[in-house]
Every structure is written in C-alpha cells, then in structure tokens.
Ligand binder design. Structure first.
Ligand code: NAP
Length: 505
C-alpha cells in the first residue's frame, strides 16, 4: 500500500481471513497485532471474520484467549479494550488438518456458515502461517475441495509465508504445486522485508526524484553494499536454522528484495505486473557463477562463543538443536555482478550474519571518486567517500556523505554527512510491518509480493554458492567470535578490489 499524497486508504471489501497455524508464534506475534493495528486505524473491512484453523479441536474462547494474550504481549500500540473485543469477537476456531482430507469439507461448510452470519460475501483470504512443509499439502487440499475456486461468489486469495523452498528445485516444485490450484493473481508470497516503510521508500526515492536516476548506473556508481547484520544468535530456532543457514535464510529473499529494488529498471507503470516484471528481470540478470567462482567470490563463517555487549553468547554449535559438528554458516558475504547495460562492471557486495557486534540493515551506494587533481594539496585518504546510504535498521532514513571545505583560510577538505531520519519528519505509529501486507492482500494489490519467476530467479542466483559450500563441507567455514565484525576474510573480499565495507566488518 503506497498511498498517494493526501489520499487516505479505503477500507477493504468484506472478507474472511482463514489462518492455518492459528496456534503458532507468527499468528500471535505478528498477524494478530497487525490486525489490531489495522482495526485501530479503521482499515479492516466493516464486515470481517477470522477463522483460526487448528489441527485438534479447540473451543472458540480458548483460541480467542490465546490470541488475546499474544496481542497483549506483542502489541505495538496500547490496547484499547473495545477495539480488541470487537476484533476477537469475530474469531472462530475451525478444526481441519491436511492429514485428514475430509476435514477440508468440514472447513468449507464452516466457512459458508461464517460467511452467512458475518456477511463477508464469500471473499476469503487463506493465510498459510504453518511450517513450510505444510504449504503444498494445504494448498492442494484447498484446491481440490474447491475452496480456492473463484466463480463469481467472491475472491479467493492465498498467502504463503517464507521460506518459499530451500533451493531452486524445491521452489520450482512448490510453485508448480500451488499454480495447479490457484492462478498467480491469487497468490501472495510474503517477504516481510517489503512491509517495511524504508524498503518501500526505495522505489519512491529512485523514481519520484529526478536527480537520482541520471546517476544511477555504472558511469557514476562504483559499487553497492547490502548489509544485514544481526546481533542475535540462533536462539530457539536451532533446528530450523541448522538445516538452513544464513545464505538460504536471508539472501534469496530479503537481501535480493533489497537488491532488486535498488537495481531494477524503472517500471513503465506503478502496478504489480510492471514492478514485479522489472524485479524478476534484474534478479535473472545476476551473473551465473561456476562453483569455483562462487568459492572465490564468497565468505562463510560460523560464530564461536563471545560477548555481545554485556551478554555472553555460547558458540553456535553449543546452541539447542544444533549439531555439535555443524557446518552450517551463520555468516555469508557474497560478491555478485549484474549482467546488464546499467550495471556492467559494478560489483554488488552482500553480507548477512548472526551474533555480530552491531545490528544494522542498510544499502550503501558508493559513487565514483571525483577527479582529484584540483585538490592535490589534500591527502587523498582525507577525502570522504561519496555514499548514499539507505538505512533500514536501526536508523530508518537516508544519508548522503560528501566532501566540504573546512572553514578557515586554507583549502582543507573534510567529509560530512547530510541525514534524513524518518522519525524527524513523520509520526508513524510503531507497527509490526505486517499491516501493509495484510491490507494489500485484502484490497488485492500484490505489488509487494513475490511472483513465481522472481522467487525462482533468486534461488537460481544462489544455487552455485549452495552447491560449492556443500561440496566444500567444513573447508572454508571460518569461525568468528560472537560480538565481532565477522570473519576477517569478508574484509579481504572487498580489499582485493581496492574497496572496503562502509562501516567496518
Ligand atoms: N514466528 C515468526 O516470527 C515468523 C516470522 C516470519 C515468518 N515465519 C514463518 O511463519 C510460519 C509459521 O511459523 P511459526 O513461528 O508460527 O511456527 P510455530 O510457532 O511452530 O507454529 C506453527 C503453526 O502451524 C501449525 N502446524 C504445524 N504443522 C502443521 C501442519 N502439518 N499442517 C497444518 N498446520 C500445522 C501449528 O499447529 P499445531 O498447534 O497443531 O502444531 C502451529 O499453529 C513458518 O513458515 C515460518 O517460517 C514466522
């Protein structure tokens, strides 16, 4: 939902939100608080209901109480009892399990009954907030039981959570399964990074300002850095993470969404088809690397014990549900090239890791150095690098680094920074990041959701790294202390090109 200046978004049409995985963490931590925030802003349909799908019978009150407890714990706004009561009053628990196909007939009958009583006109939004292994079986049964059929009796939409596949083959298989029962316009593949205001703002920054586009190319840009550093360790996600790793968990989805927004060509129209086509195209243009090149253009690390601030963190291999001889990476840095006219010769350096010194998500665009002869009296190392930095976390904003004259009789040059921070200009209420995504699903706008070709292009680009790292096993997996900048080899990845990470590391 990118709202035109001064136009308030409209309330969506009546609909029923059907949440598979209603007892899970995502439903409690993010979906329900986001629904509350939408209700608080009057952005839920006036006729609305929630069917929480559970696998074993649960009374309505028990599900409502559990979700209400989730709201109390994870709300981003003070909870108004009247709004909460209205929201939870429309929650119904429905039992259905993909392991028991006839239970989907029961689900269909229950949905019809709910629609009658709540007046939601057959519009249904199915949210698969379940482990990924359940995405295909649930979609298949929704399809076979006719629940996804749009026959003039309301729209049917399907939200699929991340991760979408674990490699190219599994992403293709999942797309193929889902596309057998739903058309692309019905499918909303979530990447919650796209719910962040600053991420959406990349498009506005690039295409609503005439000054950036003329210099947004290989003639002026030296390279691009995309950094997602985390301070947290693996926490309670050991079992999931150990079979996933930093690369699969973060790169084909979150980091590539950022890359696509920075590197895509201007879409001819601001609609889902045009934007997603351009994003898919640029991801497809990421240069394919041989396994040898992939090894040379990447660094992977795993954290050992250390301290983050005042807190001691055990080594990754000593975390719950992680193999003691695990070779799963908790840090990944890649050098990529984009094979097209705009970006030929401009490297994109991506890095992401856990248990690092500081939390930071940013995109840093480094411009080429100005011809320096005029100021030869100033040592070159004193010149600031010209970076345009799009800060996503913890600071949301945009900064421009440039050189200026230090006041005084001599011409001395120093670097300064011009900064825009969202919070200084806009009074955005704290949010979960899921509000926009849920709202967009309800109004049928899939501009912020991934299309099948984009997902597959992302996996295709990381495939050589997955293969090369699998072959290499523990060789090349570099330990780094928790609370550090990550493996020193990641610094070398840029230094060998005469470059450096903007903020260390
Ligand atoms: N939690 C987050 O912060 C977060 C953030 C981003 C994305 N996600 C994604 O969201 C999804 C759910 O994550 P979660 O953290 O909520 O997991 P979770 O806490 O383990 O909850 C999983 C939910 O799915 C249900 N479920 C499990 N197996 C199922 C099956 N075979 N068929 C139908 N339902 C099944 C569980 O129901 P039972 O009670 O019956 O077991 C439970 O309600 C995952 O795909 C995850 O990657 C989560």
């Amino acid at each position: 939902m990118i709202v035109p200046v001064s136009r308030r978004p409209a309330r969506p049409e009546p609909c029923c939100l059907v949440i598979f995985g209603a007892t899970g963490d995502l439903a409690h931590r993010l979906i329900v608080p986001a629904l509350y925030n939408l209700a608080e802003q009057n952005l839920l349909p006036d006729r609305f209901c929630v069917a929480g799908v559970v696998r074993t019978d649960m009374a309505n009150d028990a599900l409502r109480d559990s979700l209400l407890e989730g709201l109390r714990r994870f709300a981003t706004l003070p909870v108004d009892q009247a709004i909460a009561q209205k929201l939870f009053g429309c929650v119904t628990s429905v039992t259905a399990d993909a392991a028991d196909p006839p239970s989907f007939d029961h689900l269909g009958a229950e949905l019809e009954r709910l629609e009658q009583s709540s007046g939601t006109r057959g519009n249904r939004l199915f949210y698969l907030a379940t482990p990924p292994a359940a995405f295909a079986p649930i979609s298949r049964l929704l399809g076979h039981s006719g629940l996804l059929r749009e026959t003039g009796n309301g729209w049917r939409r399907l939200i699929i959570e991340k991760p979408f596949g674990t490699d190219l083959a599994s992403a293709r298989a999942l797309n193929s399964d889902i596309l057998k029962v739903a058309t692309e316009h019905q499918i909303y593949r979530i990447d919650h990074y796209l719910g962040k205001e600053t991420v959406q703002n990349i498009l506005v920054l690039r295409f609503a300002n005439g000054m950036f586009e003329p210099i947004w190319n290989r003639n002026h840009i030296d390279h691009v850095q995309i950094i997602v550093d985390e301070t947290l360790g693996v926490g309670h996600r050991g079992s999931f993470y150990d079979s996933t790793g930093a690369l699969r968990d973060m790169v084909p989805n979150h980091l590539f969404q950022l890359l696509a927004l920075v590197a895509m060509e201007p879409p001819s129209r601001f609609d889902a088809h045009s934007v997603r086509t351009e994003k898919g195209d640029v991801l497809s243009a990421i240069q394919a690397q041989s396994e040898e090149e992939a090894l040379s253009n990447s660094v992977r690390g795993q954290y050992s014990a250390g301290r983050i601030g005042d807190t001691a963190l055990a080594a990754y291999r000593d975390s719950a549900n992680v193999a003691t001889d695990s070779t799963t990476e908790t840090y990944a840095a890649l050098k990529l090239a984009i094979d097209n006219w705009r970006w030929a010769g401009v490297p994109f350096y991506l890095r992401t890791g856990k248990a690092l010194k500081a939390k930071r998500t940013e995109i840093a665009i480094k411009f080429k150095q100005a011809p320096f002869a005029m100021f030869s009296c100033t040592p070159v190392e004193r010149l600031a690098q010209n970076y345009l930095v799009i800060g996503i976390e913890p600071t949301e904003g945009i900064a421009l680094q440039f050189n200026t004259k230090v006041p005084g009789p001599s011409v001395t040059i120093d670097g300064v920074e011009m900064t825009f921070r969202y919070k200084d200009y806009f009074k955005a209420e704290p949010a979960t990041g899921y509000e926009t995504l849920l709202y967009d699903c309800m109004i049928g706008d899939n501009i912020l959701f991934q299309r099948a070709d984009g997902v597959e292009a992302g996996w295709r680009a990381v495939e050589p790294f997955i293969q090369a790292w699998r072959q290499a096993g523990s060789q090349g997996l570099i330990p780094y202390a928790a609370g550090s900048d990550g493996p020193a080899a990641a610094r070398v990845l840029l230094e060998r090109d005469g470059r450096s990470w903007r903020n260390g590391g």
